[in-house]
Write a protein that binds this ligand. Structure first.
Ligand SMILES: Cc1ncc(COP(=O)(O)O)c(C=O)c1O
Length: 1020
């Protein structure tokens, strides 16, 4: 027997013995299956009637007193937690919660039966999302609250895994570690812990804790919507110890396998604190304590594995724990401490108030950074935030051009100096170094932690306050600081801090010496040129730092938005030192307030995407950028056809606005040339154009033309079709008039079933086209029987709102034939699918070898500028001209025409149709491959950059999976990939990105999708 920890010897009852004992004590006849257990013997007990229990035979060392405490713990936590979160104890035939049993060797044990808690171990559950980790924190906090005051005295003897004994335990067991690296990490961690705990040991709160929130004791029932259900089992390690050890243990396991382990711990602690408030001193030891739990796991793991190589459970968490311990060696413990303080709503930097007090007291004593106070008359505050046009204009262009823009901005504002704000969200930190790993993929560091002064290179920089040269370094990487000086300072009351000066002239690195005294007002350096300052326009970045951590010569100047509060606490606003007021501090957009304002001012029928709506402040090519400067890959915006905020579109729009923007009542080359260019893109005889302002307007006009020319009103439409938001368009849109709030079709609208190969009435691709077209013919014939004719048949060439459904071969050809035989017109709605989106052709009706009589255009035509068009034949247009003038105030305006031409130019110069064809085909193939691994994917379809992925619950019934589709959309959004659902069952993931979506984007989309499809709620 193990001398130090006799509990390491497990009981060894046979299944047969236990079946009899269960019968005797509980009157239950069960099947038993052994479960893992380190010290106790555990079994899954399945009773014939179907009830399931867990049978636990305690280690002989377990005292009755401790087992009773465990029972008390079960009861107390069950009161505070939801049903099913904590197992209930089942009383034996005598109504007792524990039964006394004797083993074959005559050793006494206690037997206990508890309710079985359903779920998969947290170690196997995915995703460990932000919400999930917070739920875990809630549960841990609630359990701590429930247990800590159990009225029982602490156990008299030492138990393994107790945090208050950890130093002793590690000292004793470390000798079993054969791996030097691991031994080194354990020793370092122990050293860190000993130093942290020593002054606080007697001050930390103690009480009863569960002490084993490990990732196999937490059971999860995955849910497709809402938070998963969490359960906690195994109260066998309950002990009386530091209360902070409870969340420390939970953190140690929650941090395993995470891209940023501290992020996971912070989320857990944040919620823990809401349920069981932590004290400042507890947070001081939390990080080293987390390391201690990892050290215990690894050290005891090494020991136990040698003693019991057969026991799989022992090795389960070793590798991830080892990796985590290694990674934590790199973490500055003070930084972790500040993070935890912030998570508990305390000021992150503990002495922040003290600094602010001294800083304010020193106001007025600072020397000018540029040698004299900034002249407000000649200084302009720049808006370089992610949503500003100034920063958008300066991105992606040469430094010379950036300089021109900045100079002209200064000139316009009669200023000599530009000030870049503190705490501003900026999107231009594009280098890899500015990316942080996070649970939701990469997080860009975007929050500016200093103030920038934009002045010519060679401008002298003076020390605003006395100090010592602390660090000097040339940070020469692209988009880094270039030559950098860090000074250390002390206020008269002893408060220490640092100031950082970045983007300097390299000469200062030769002139200054580490340790050199610098008087306030003394010349320090000069502003560097762009070729030495990291590749920026000349400016100085000035930052105050309260804790330098281990940085040497470089220091983050921008922070990730999720850590804005912490970094702003460590690097406070330096405006005061520069004589600047609050105008140089950026204000944050409050999304809650914005949502309320929107609700107050817009009608509620206007919907918002996503459970937690995005605040989008900028678009850039295939990305949308939120107010935190984070880039989202836009997979659903076919309006921003040539890319969001394309500079050539902006230029075309802006330039024309300077010149002329009026209607078509005057002769002018611009709208004529545009109409000619559009018509040239169509096959004969489509040669005549009407310019309107939207897809809806285009379809309205198409209806009017068809009605006027045919003298008929009846329309043939497709089930689930959508053609626009006006009254007449709703009438011809079954998607709307048959949907929520709709009142059904008017008498003149006749609907045919959706020609849907995957789910529709006819599914054989050989015959479906004809069979669906027969439905068109039936309507035409019925109209004839009533002495009427169709005015027109309208259809998209791949159905958008129907769920990105391609039409079966021959359907359009034969439908057109039937309609024309009955003198009706054929309208192709190309609002969604036009302009090369489907890859093979410029127009999607060309996929079907037909030529419509009227084509309607919208969405991509103006890349977001409201333009629409109707293209028809000369003959039809002439018949439409029956004396009634067609006038459209804005249609064909000069700005619209200039923008429309720019779209066509970009399509050509950037070869975007071909991109949609090649990358779209590749993506579709890869989605087909994904389908073979995930039965949730029922169908992959579409052309080019107009694809649909239909999700189903069962391959046989093809029952739609709308909740799963919504889950995918929300989870992809949290990975910063924007998708959306479509189709009558809301179960089709739609893909119709800006045409500049590239191969890397497609790969990123696929890997995100693969990841999400593999998450537990989708695999049930
Ligand atoms: C196929 C189709 N036609 C017409 C329209 C109407 O276009 P708009 O909303 O730009 O007026 C839409 C809009 O979604 C559409 O999908």
């Amino acid at each position: 027997m193990n001398k130090t920890f006799p509990e390491l010897e497990r009981p060894s009852f046979t299944v047969q013995d236990l079946i009899q004992l269960l019968e005797r004590h509980y009157g239950l006849c069960c099947k038993l299956e052994e479960l893992p257990g380190e010290r106790d013997q555990n079994f899954l007990a399945q009773e014939k009637k179907g009830e399931t229990y867990v049978l636990k035979i305690s280690n002989p060392c377990e005292t009755l007193e401790l087992l009773q405490i465990q029972n008390n713990a079960f009861e107390r936590s069950a009161k505070l937690l939801k049903k099913g979160e904590i197992p209930k104890v089942i009383p034996n035939k005598n109504g007792e919660s524990l039964s006394s049993i004797i083993s074959k060797d005559g050793v006494h044990h206690w037997m206990r039966l508890v309710e079985y808690i359903d779920g998969m171990p947290m170690a196997e559950y995915r995703p460990h999302s932000r919400d999930f980790l917070m739920e875990l924190g809630s549960m841990c906090g609630a359990v701590t609250k429930a247990l800590h005051e159990i009225p029982a005295s602490p156990p008299s003897r030492k138990l393994l895994w107790e945090m208050h004994n950890v130093e002793e335990t590690l000292e004793e067991y470390m000798l079993w570690i054969k791996d030097d690296k691991l031994l080194g990490w354990v020793k370092n961690s122990l050293d860190l812990y000993s130093r942290a705990i020593e002054p606080l040991e007697s001050k930390l709160r103690r009480g009863w804790i569960h002490n084993d929130f490990n990732d196999y004791n937490i059971l999860i029932v995955p849910k497709i919507s809402g938070s998963p259900d969490l359960g906690l089992i195994d109260f066998g390690d309950i002990t009386h110890s530091y209360l902070i050890a409870e969340p420390a243990v939970a953190c140690a396991y929650a941090m395993l396998d995470k891209p940023d382990p501290l992020e996971a711990a912070v989320l857990l602690i944040h919620r823990f604190h809401q349920h069981f408030p932590l004290e400042e001193k507890e947070l001081e030891v939390l990080f080293p304590m987390i390391m201690m739990r990892l050290c215990l796991t690894l050290t005891l793991g090494e020991f136990q594995q040698k003693n019991d190589p057969e026991n799989e459970y022992l090795g389960i968490s070793q590798m991830p724990a080892r990796e985590l311990l290694e990674r934590l060696q790199e973490v500055n413990p003070r930084f972790a401490h500040y993070l935890f303080r912030d998570a508990c709503n305390m000021e992150a930097f503990p002495s922040s108030n003290k600094f602010q007090h001294s800083f304010k007291k020193a106001e007025g004593s600072f020397h000018g950074l540029l040698g004299k106070p900034l002249n407000p008359e000649k200084t302009v505050i720049l808006d370089l935030s992610v949503g500003s046009s100034l920063s958008a204009k300066m991105e992606g262009i040469s430094l010379e051009k950036q300089k021109e823009i900045l100079d002209s901005y200064l000139l316009e504002n009669n200023a000599e100096l530009g000030v870049g704000k503190y705490a501003e969200v900026r999107s231009f930190y594009a280098a890899k170094d500015f990316l942080n790993n996070s649970i939701d993929g990469e997080e860009k560091r975007t929050i500016h932690l200093g103030i920038d002064l934009f002045a010519p290179s060679g401008t002298s920089i003076y020390a605003p306050i006395e100090g010592l040269v602390h660090q000097l370094q040339d940070n020469h990487n692209e988009l880094d600081y270039g030559p950098t000086v860090i000074l250390s300072h002390k206020f008269t009351d002893g408060t220490e801090f640092y100031t950082l000066y970045g983007h300097l002239d390299g000469e200062c690195l030769k002139q200054l010496k580490i340790g050199q005294k610098i008087n306030g007002g003394m010349l320090l350096a000069k502003i560097g040129k762009s070729n030495e300052n990291g590749g920026w326009l000349p400016h100085v970045h000035f930052q105050i730092i309260l804790d330098l951590f281990d940085y040497d010569g470089n220091y983050p100047g921008v922070a990730p938005p999720s850590r804005k509060k912490i970094w702003c606490s460590i690097c406070p606003d330096p405006g005061l030192m520069l004589g600047l007021g609050s105008e140089s501090t950026a204000e944050e957009i409050d999304s809650e307030k914005l949502l309320n304002r929107r609700r107050n001012v817009f009608g509620p029928s206007l919907s918002l995407s996503y459970q937690d709506p995005l605040v989008i402040v900028r678009g850039q090519a295939q990305s949308l950028i939120d107010s935190r400067g984070q880039f989202y890959l836009d997979c659903v915006n076919n309006v921003a056809h040539v890319g969001h905020s394309h500079p050539k579109i902006a230029k075309a729009l802006g330039n024309q606005a300077y010149v002329l923007n009026t209607n078509t009542r005057y002769l002018n080359t611009i709208n004529i040339e545009y109409a000619e260019r559009l018509c040239n893109l169509f096959p004969e005889p489509l040669d005549t154009c009407f310019l309107v302002c939207s897809g809806s307007e285009a379809n309205e006009l198409a209806l009017r033309i068809a009605g006027t020319v045919s003298g008929q009103k009846d329309m043939i439409v497709l089930e689930e079709a959508y053609h626009g938001n006006t009254k007449a368009n709703i009438d011809i849109s079954p998607y709307k008039h048959n949907g929520p709030g709709g009142t059904g079709p008017p008498k003149w609208v006749h609907e045919i079933p959706m020609p849907y190969l995957y789910r529709g009435l006819h599914r054989d691709p050989e015959t479906a086209g004809k069979l669906y077209a027969d439905e068109v013919e039936i309507i035409c014939k019925k109209l004839s029987e009533n002495g009427k004719k169709p005015s027109a048949f309208i259809s998209e060439s791949i159905l958008g709102c129907g769920g990105h459904v391609p039409l079966p071969d021959g359907f359009l050809k034969q439908s057109y034939k039937h309609v024309r035989q009955h003198d009706g017109f054929c309208i192709a709605d190309e609002v969604q699918t036009g302009f090369g989106r489907t890859g093979k052709h410029f127009w999607s009706f060309e996929l079907h070898g037909v030529v419509p009589d009227i084509v309607t255009l919208g969405k991509p035509i103006g890349n977001g500028y409201p333009i629409g068009a109707v293209i028809t034949t000369k003959k039809i247009a002439q018949s439409f001209a029956n004396g009634m003038e067609y006038f459209n105030t804005f249609g064909g305006s000069h700005i619209a025409s200039s923008v429309g031409m720019a779209v066509l130019d970009i399509m050509e110069t950037e070869d975007l149709r071909n991109n949609a064809l090649e990358t779209g085909n590749w993506l579709k193939e890869q989605l087909e491959v994904l389908k073979t691994s995930f039965p949730l994917i029922g169908d992959v379809r579409g052309e080019g950059y107009f694809l649909g992925v239909e999700l189903i619950l069962d391959p046989e019934s093809r029952e739609p999976a709308p909740l799963q589709a919504n889950y995918v959309v929300e989870r992809m959004k949290s990975r910063k990939i924007l998708l959306s659902t479509e189709g009558p069952g809301n179960n089709v993931l739609k893909f119709k990105p800006p045409m500049v979506f590239n191969f890397n984007n497609a790969q990123h989309l696929l890997s995100g999708l693969e990841h999400v499809l593999g998450e537990s709620p989708l695999l049930q």
